[in-house]
Design a protein around this ligand. Structure first.
Ligand SMILES: *Cc1c(COP(=O)(O)O)cnc(C)c1O
Length: 222
């Protein structure tokens, strides 16, 4: 096996408090196995069906992260095994995750996705909506999900100051929400921000999880 040079270099440069999620969407199993065999076991996918197929094909000690928009009718496929869902963007989705987690007798950790970019197309709650959700008494009844933090994507731009401002916005919301944590229900520990083009800025601004695809696997063909 040739080995993946990027993963070792990335991990060597990462602060200890930052978790690297290798985003393997569109990558075939052999390229994932290459990275896996170098000791990296956390992977992220953005489509429920692709994630499920790869879970079935690949070693069972991989921690699978769902990072893309998740439709409620797809939750059932990933509920048995998913390690962390980064992309919860509605109460309805949270309710469905709770329901499917209960069927599998487990608690699924999730992050709430916050819309911080100026681009219209990206999914996520507004800052006010996240705060409202965390204060919602209904959360007490959702015993099979645990909110572990926030996720956000900055605008895709070369304007580094804009990216930094957006990450700062997410970090300050994260800090604001920490004190209203509810033990066992809402525990603000993880801040998932940073991709191949902006992760150094994200880390400077307080990220605890970066989601890296092309900087590990090279440019995606699609
Ligand atoms: C594809 C994707 C990534 C990784 O993107 P790269 O630019 O290849 O690092 C990160 N987060 C989400 C939500 C993605 O869909």
């Amino acid at each position: 096996m040739k080995g993946n040079k990027n993963i070792d270099a990335l991990k060597a440069a990462l602060p200890a408090h930052v978790t690297l999620i290798a985003v393997s969407k569109t990558q075939p199993a052999n390229r994932i196995l290459e990275v896996y065999s170098q000791g990296h076991h956390q992977f992220g996918e953005n489509k429920a069906q692709e994630l499920t197929r790869k879970y079935n094909e690949l070693p069972k000690d991989i921690e699978w992260h769902m990072i893309g928009h998740l439709q409620t009718n797809k939750v059932k496929y990933i509920a048995p095994f998913v390690h962390l869902i980064h992309s919860v963007d509605s109460l309805k989705l949270l309710q469905e995750i709770n329901k499917q987690a209960e069927r599998h007798n487990r608690v699924i950790p999730v992050l709430l996705q916050v819309h911080i970019a100026s681009e219209e197309t990206k999914f996520g709650f507004s800052e006010a909506e996240v705060e409202e959700l965390i204060r919602n008494p209904e959360l007490e009844t959702l015993k099979h999900v645990r909110i572990k933090g926030l996720m956000g994507m900055a605008t895709f731009t070369s304007d580094e100051e804009k990216i930094r401002r957006e990450f700062k916005t997410l970090k300050s919301l994260f800090e604001k929400l920490k004190p209203i944590s509810k033990p066992g229900r809402v525990e603000m520990h993880e801040l998932s921000m940073g991709m191949s083009n902006d992760y150094p800025i994200a880390i400077e601004e307080g990220s605890t999880m970066i989601r890296i695809g092309s900087a590990i696997f090279g440019e995606r063909k699609v």
